[in-house]
Design a protein around this ligand. Structure first.
Ligand code: PXP
Length: 247
C-alpha cells in the first residue's frame, strides 16, 4: 500500500489549442479550470511555448486568475522567466523546447557544474524561488540529471515518462520503469519532490503509480482525448480512480 496519495495535474494545452485553431473565444478556459478542479485534480498545468502554438499570454493570465494551483511549464529563456515572474504561478516547470517538435520529446540537457551556463541556469531558478515559486526541472530519468537538478537549486524533478510510454507493452518496458523508479528513489533521498509525466494514459499508468516516492503526475493529451467522448469531468475522474487504485 502507498503511504501517500499521488496528486494529479491536468494539462489544459489541448483545450487552448482548439481555441487557438480558430481564434475563437471558446472553449472557455476558465470553465475548463473549474471543471478540472471540481473533478478532483490537484493542479492545472499549462505550457506557454515560444511559438504560442496553443496557450496564449492572455490565456495564461486568465487561467492564473482562476486556478487554485498553477503549474507553469516554460523554456529557460529571459522572455519566459520575466513572464513567470509577473504571472506568479505556484510552480514553474522548466522544459526543453524545440520549434519543430510535436511535443516535448525529452528531458532537459543540463549544464555541467562550474560553467557559465550552470550559473545562469541556477540564477534563473533563484529568481523564481525568491518570488515564492517552486521550481521543477523536466529531466530524463537518470541519476546524473537528478543530481544536477539538486545542485542547480530545483525543488522538484519531473521525470520524463515518454520513453516508458513509447515502450509500453514491449520487452523494454521494465527497463524504462526501473530507470524511473531508481531516479525517483534517488531524488526522494536528496529531498526533491518527484513528479512525472508525458505520454501517460489510461492503460500505461498502473505500473508507474506503484512508485512510492511519486508526488504528482502531469497528464494532458490522453485526458483531453477521452473528454471528447465522455466529457472533461468524467475523463478526469476516471484517471484519478486508476491512480488511487493502482495497488
Ligand atoms: N509534463 C510535461 C513537462 C510536458 O511537457 C507535458 C506535455 O506538454 C506533459 C507533462 C503532459 O504530457 P501529455 O500531454 O503527453 O500527457
Amino acid at each position: 500500500m502507498r503511504n501517500r496519495k499521488i496528486k494529479l495535474g491536468v494539462n489544459l494545452d489541448h483545450i487552448a489549442f482548439i481555441k487557438k485553431s480558430r481564434d475563437t473565444m471558446y472553449p472557455n478556459l476558465a470553465d475548463a479550470v473549474k471543471i478540472t478542479e471540481e473533478a478532483g485534480a490537484d493542479s492545472i498545468t499549462i505550457h506557454l511555448r515560444e511559438d504560442r502554438r496553443h496557450i496564449q499570454d492572455k490565456d495564461a493570465i486568465e487561467i492564473r486568475e482562476c486556478a487554485k494551483v498553477l503549474n507553469f511549464e516554460m523554456a529557460n529563456t529571459t522572455e519566459m522567466i520575466d513572464f513567470a515572474l509577473k504571472l506568479k504561478p505556484d510552480y514553474c516547470c522548466i522544459v526543453p523546447e524545440k520549434r519543430d517538435e510535436k511535443t516535448t520529446e525529452g528531458g532537459l540537457i543540463l549544464p555541467s557544474t562550474n560553467t557559465l551556463k550552470f550559473k545562469n541556469f541556477s540564477d534563473n531558478i533563484k529568481k523564481l524561488s525568491n518570488e515564492g515559486i517552486k521550481v521543477s526541472l523536466f529531466i530524463d530519468p537518470n541519476i546524473e540529471s537528478v543530481q544536477v537538478s539538486k545542485d542547480l537549486g530545483a525543488d522538484i524533478v519531473e521525470l520524463h515518462t515518454g520513453h516508458y510510454a513509447n515502450e509500453f507493452n514491449t520487452i523494454n518496458e521494465f527497463e524504462m520503469i526501473d530507470n524511473i523508479t531508481s531516479s525517483a528513489e534517488f531524488a526522494d533521498k536528496l529531498g526533491l519532490l518527484v513528479n512525472a509525466g508525458h505520454g501517460l494514459n489510461y492503460e500505461n499508468l498502473n505500473q508507474l503509480c506503484k512508485i512510492q516516492s511519486l508526488n504528482e503526475l502531469n497528464i494532458g493529451h490522453s485526458i483531453i482525448s477521452q473528454a471528447v467522448f465522455t466529457g472533461l469531468k468524467d475523463a478526469i475522474k476516471k484517471i484519478i480512480s486508476i491512480i488511487n487504485n493502482c495497488d
